[in-house]
Each structure stands twice: as C-alpha cells, then as structure tokens.
Ligand binder design. Sequence first.
Ligand code: TXA
Ligand code: MG
Length: 325
Amino acid sequence: MITTTDPRVAAVAIAGGHLAAVPTETVYGLGALASDARAVARIYAVKGRPADHPLIVHVADAVAFGSWGVRIPAYAHALAAAFWPGPMTLVVPRSERAKDFVTGGQDSIAIRVPSHFEMRALLHELAELTKDPAIGIAAPSANRFGRVSPTSAAHVIDEIGELLQGDDVVLDGGDCEVGVESTIIDCTGPNPKMLRPGAITIEDVESATGLKVTHDSTVRASGTLNSHYSPNATVQLIAEANIAFEIEGAAQGVIGLLALAEISTPSGVVRLAAPRNTEEYARALYASLREADALKLEAVLAVPPEATGVGVAVIDRLIRAAAGA
Ligand code: TXA
Ligand code: MG
C-alpha cells in the first residue's frame, strides 16, 4: 500500500484497476473505478460487505451525473445545482453505464459530486487519464462493514490497511470537514425522499426544490440498518441531567463522555471530545468512538447536540451506534 498526498498517484492506481482510499468532505471512501467489475469486487471483499448493498459513485460534476442516471426529475437537477459539489448523494434510475456490480442489482444508482479539494483533483486527473469526463469512482465509506466510518487517513490505515495490496493507495487529504456521511435523497419518485440524514437537511432540500420531503422510500440503504457505525464500547445516549446517575458505581476510567464543551466532565470519566457546537460535534463523533475503543473503554455516554442542521445526522448515527454491540 502506498500513502500519498498527491491525487495523481491515486488516479493512476484507480485507472490501473487498484483500490484507493480517498478523502471526501464527509468521511473517507474506499474507491475503485466504477466501471471495473474486478476492482469493485475487491471493495466488497476488503469491506466485508454483502454484495447486494449498492455503492455510491462519485463523479466530477452534474453533467457526469446525467450520464449515470436516466429520467432524472427536475427537482433532482435543482438539488444538484444547489448543493453540488457537496455532502449530498442523489439516487436516480440508472443508465446503461451503471452495472449490477455497482448497484447491487437495483435499477437505481446513487451519485455524488464531492467538494473535497484533493478528491476533485483526483476525479479530474482520472477523467484525463481515461479520456472519459463522466468517469466515476465507486466508494463506500472505508470501514469494515457495520463499523465506524474513518474521518482521517490514519483511521483508514487502522481499519483496512492490512487488507490493502502493494499497488493500492491511501490518499491523505487531512481530516474530514463534515465528519458524517452524505445526505442521501431518493429521487426516483415524484417527491424527494430522505434515505439518510447528513449535513444537507430536510429544510435545505425543501427550500431548494419547493417540494415536501417524505420518508417512505422502499429503496434499500445499508447505512440505514438499525445497527451500524458501532464501536466495541457500548454507546448510550443520555440527557445531561442523568450523567451522574449513569456513572454511579462505575470503575474509574472505563466510561467515556462525548458532549458539548459547556457540559463538564465528572471525575473518573474519560472526556472523549468537547465540541463547541453541532458542526464540531459531527467532526469529532467518529474519532471519539474510535478513541473509546483504543482506550478499551466499556461504554460511551453521549449527550447529543440539538436536532438542528447536521445535529439530526449526529443523533441518527448515535442511535445506530447505540443499537450495535
Ligand atoms: O458521504 C458518503 O456518502 C460516503 C463518502 C465516501 O462519499 N460514502 C458512504 O458510502 O457513506 P456507504 O457505501 O458507506 O453508504 C452508501 C449508502 C448505503 O447505505 C447504500 O445502501 C446507499 O448509500 N445506496 C447506494 N446506492 C443506492 C441506491 N441505488 N439506492 C439506495 N441506496 C443506495
Ligand atoms: Mg458506510
């Protein structure tokens, strides 16, 4: 495995049929050429992911989006114009380009135009190398199936480093700015449907489209399994007022606390993060869960942020993390 900060190195690897772990503004992805069945199969093998779970294909711009999807509704174009490049994924009926091995056999495809600087540079390099402006990088989050998503190159190496081969690449683009996965919106029906909350909110989608967002999608999304994003430590959501009660009788140094900075740390408890606002909470979330495991903590108590903005996604991931173990 080669670690680099040069997007060209990752582009050459991907064009050559190898894997590249790639930085995005949300979390790190494990990328391969979306048109290469063998490379995509390796993503599933490294992640330990069931083959019928579809991948997100990352492309350079909304024009490329049009080449992967068909019958794209006007509201999806409005969303693309409003929020791409950025932390939003759109699910649309697939074109010929999107093969079964990337859609898990579904007749829709999930597309995202990421905003991360090195990831964009990588997509442009890859388009040049392959002479295909609509070229796509299939990339799920670069964690083992059901585990915590990586938000730094070091997390990726911890998580899957041993499973990567000599010519595979880890593109180090620093810490992820958002920290939780993209908002996924099902655009296969008359109204946008929220499949997974992220930094782009329901309010954002409704104001960009003038349509009501619904939640009744029948499309499968593995990030929406009840148990996901789970560390080894148990995770428990609690109210600030209950912290003292929850830690009563616990041994020193076995419980971690994740809460906004304004909430103080009781003695004997390991403070995992003290974010000053909801955005910082999102950015610190997965690193904190990893830290809890590195410290072999038994439990993480999380006082969730308010359910506004990206806070909705943070609470969603905490609930799923709590359902694991
Ligand atoms: O922020 C993100 O979205 C990150 C970065 C790397 O882009 N990627 C990510 O990928 O979170 P992954 O594979 O961990 O989660 C993708 C989710 C899964 O829940 C998958 O089921 C859903 O997207 N998905 C993919 N294609 C779909 C489709 N055609 N219909 C419905 N859901 C789909
Ligand atoms: Mg994932």
